[in-house]
Each structure stands twice: as structure tokens, then as C-alpha cells.
Design a binder for this molecule. Sequence first.
Ligand SMILES: Nc1ncnc2c1ncn2[C@@H]1O[C@H](COP(=O)(O)OP(=O)(O)OP(=O)(O)O)[C@@H](O)[C@H]1O
Ligand SMILES: [Mg+2]
Length: 232
Amino acid sequence: MNSEFICLEHLNRFYDEAGSKHMVLQDVSVKIAKGESVALLGRSGSGKSTLLNLISGIDMPDAGSVKVDGLDLTALNEHKRTLFRREHIGFIYQFFNLVPSLTAQENIEFTLELNGVEQNEILTRVTALMEELEITDKAERYPAQLSGGEQQRVAIARALIHQPKIVLADEPTGNLDARTGQSILQIMHRLLKEHNSTLLLVTHSLEVANSADRTITLEDGYLQERDSGFAW
Ligand SMILES: Nc1ncnc2c1ncn2[C@@H]1O[C@H](COP(=O)(O)OP(=O)(O)OP(=O)(O)O)[C@@H](O)[C@H]1O
Ligand SMILES: [Mg+2]
């Protein structure tokens, strides 16, 4: 097992605020093994989404490095980071981020089309995954015609459809009722295990965090390896 599959070293990220620096992440280092699932806890504003954006290469750190399977993302230009993200990352955004002008099914197909997957294969895979997430009857609807929970399931399907090495999930069940949330979470974990994908899961719920192999916590810009035992 590759125990240094994701390797964050001495990451700093700050924002300028009225001429002074607002440090969001300070000297954050963590290693995540291939196939591992890690829950990320922390108060609102503690930098959880910021950290996910650094791992996906959407954002760049002010200092430190982000390595995935030995590849240093901070050394890549934006185009290469985009290609890396398209192929290897599945991102479930905190606020869905579905494309409003595409139907549910088209939103899910999109990544496979960008990655040049053949049309028959796309249809087979998308049909199976929509079935699994129980959104088949919503395939032709646009995001605005879906409930929050339905949009979230479409977003989950979109993130998993290309069987990415890494899934970054920002509160993936935050908009679902507890029972639906648990069942979606189980499906997610099973699909990820099937492909030995690595999961970093942001959550405010200790119950959700318990579904992961390990928990890390962001506090005042610093990363603690242990769960502080407090749900935010
Ligand atoms: N583009 C930006 N410009 C300035 N400040 C930012 C920017 N993005 C995030 N921040 C600040 O960085 C801090 C961390 O934000 P982040 O979105 O990572 O928090 P979070 O832990 O995901 O919170 P939540 O649980 O509410 O989603 C916040 O104080 C936020 O205001
Ligand atoms: Mg956030």
C-alpha cells in the first residue's frame, strides 16, 4: 500500500485582508494512503474547503507542496493541473455546482465526454450509476427542477463516474435527511472501495466522520491528526 499517496507538506494559504494577512492554513502537513478514507472536521471558516481546493489544484498554496502519487501539483502550470483534475479527481462541491443548462444525465456524462470516453461506454456507465443512486427517473430534469438532495446525488454521480483516484467531498450528505444520507454514504464508500479510490470527506457530523478510516481536524489554521471529539 502506498502510504504517501497524497502528501501535503508545510502548506500555507493566506488571504489579504485590509492590508494584513489572514492566515487560513498554517504549516499544514498530512499524508494519506492509497484507498484510505479520511474525514476532515473543523468549524465553519477553518479552511476545509480551502484545503480541498489545494489538493484538487483549483487553488495554489502560498508555500509548501501538494504531491499526489509523487506528482507535485504546485510545479504544474494551470493547463496541466486542469488535465490532472479532469482525469484523477472527483469533486463533490459544498453547493453542488451542477451546470444549470445541462440535464441531470448530461451533468454526469460531461466528465466522461471531456476525457474522450466512447459514447456507448458513457451510456452504459451513466445508466448503471444513476440506477444505483436512484435518480434514473430524474435523468431529463435540469438542476433547478431537482430538490437539494436530488441535486446532491447527481453531484455524487458526476464525481464518481470516471472512477477517479481521489474523491474530494465537501459535505456530500449535508443536504440529505439522516437516513438517505447514511444510505448514500454507504453506496459512496462501496463504489470507492471497488476502485481503491482515496477519499477526503469534509463533514460537520461525527456520525459521518465515523464512516471514514481516520479523522483529521482543522483548528485555527493548524491540522490536528486526532478528532477533538466535538462535532461542528
Ligand atoms: N477567495 C477568498 N478571499 C478571501 N478570503 C477567503 C477566500 N476564500 C476563503 N476565504 C476565507 O478563508 C477562510 C476559510 O474558508 P473555507 O471556505 O475554507 O472554510 P470552511 O472550513 O470550508 O467553512 P464552512 O464549514 O463554512 O464551509 C474563511 O475565513 C474565509 O472567509
Ligand atoms: Mg466549506
